[in-house]
Design a protein around this ligand. Structure first.
Ligand code: ATP
Ligand code: 5RP
Length: 239
């Protein structure tokens, strides 16, 4: 997961070139020491034990152990793993969020499909670079619960913004999440699905910008402002 510079550019701290033969094997035996840039935000790189923007010093072991001809040297490698970009797409129901997202993800590459082998009623779409989740999955009340409390899905009280924030933040830090599923067929909250951090993470729904903490995590925000006239015309056109 770490991006090592090409062999031709790898130098030790004295500016000497790495041994041309066996440098990769040598690195495999080395012990890492890290430091963090004070100016950069730091996030964990999945499965690496390192954090983004850390500078890692690898000190190689003696030549005998690593089977190369040169002695111990220290190399500096910067972690340059990109954080997922988070896009928030907000609009009322029936304003074309799914249609817009299908077109956008195809521009980013690959057809968008639900998670393979998962819940057939999942609202998630995954393509080569992009994962789109629907914020309806953060409804804190199911259909019956909303009816009993006399609130609609648009009411902030019917949505779990704490969980939304924690999970969007986790994705941005490169961590996988267990996201709940709101089942539009049954009106119930289904068991969670595993979402891995993608290159581009889109959160679409009624309230991607309502909670200040979630808003702060967005790299881009899109609001589809569709008049009722147009929205109803689209619906009638289908039925
Ligand atoms: N640009 C468009 N031109 C014509 N029709 C459109 C356009 N965008 C969406 N529609 C139509 O409007 C309807 C609603 O679109 P869509 O399902 O994408 O909205 P949505 O915001 O995802 O809805 P919901 O939140 O209810 O799932 C669909 O029938 C779709 O085909
Ligand atoms: O799509 C929606 C909001 O984006 C629905 O209005 C909301 O999720 C409630 O769903 P349902 O009417 O199926 O109980």
């Amino acid at each position: 997961k770490l991006s090592l510079p090409p062999k031709s550019q790898l130098q030790d701290l004295k500016g000497r070139r790495a041994a041309p033969r066996g440098w990769a094997a040598n690195m495999a035996f080395c012990s890492p020491h890290t430091t963090t840039s004070l100016r950069s935000p730091c996030t964990t790189i999945p499965n690496s034990g390192f954090r983004q923007n850390q500078v890692i010093f690898f000190t190689t072991r003696s030549s005998r152990r690593s089977n190369t001809r040169h002695g111990a040297r220290t190399f500096q490698v910067s972690c340059a793993v990109e954080q997922p970009i988070v896009i928030g797409l907000a609009a009322d129901s029936g304003c074309g969020k799914s249609t817009f997202m299908r077109r956008l993800t195809s521009v980013f590459g690959g057809a968008a499909e639900p998670p393979k082998g998962g819940n057939p009623d999942s609202n998630t779409l995954i393509s080569d670079t992009t994962t789109v989740i629907c914020l309806d999955d953060y409804h804190s009340l199911d259909r019956t619960g909303r009816k009993e409390k006399g609130v609609t899905a648009l009411d902030p009280k019917a949505n779990d913004f704490d969980l939304m924030y924690e999970q969007v933040k986790a994705i941005k830090e490169g961590k996988a999440i267990e996201k709940p599923i709101y089942n539009h067929v049954t009106g119930l909250l289904d068991p969670a699905e595993l979402i891995q951090p993608p290159k581009i993470f889109v959160i679409e729904g009624l309230h991607p910008m309502y909670d200040e903490r979630v808003r702060e995590l967005l790299d881009f925000s899109i609001y589809l402002d569709i008049s009722n006239e147009v929205k109803f015309a689209w619906k009638i056109q289908v039925s």
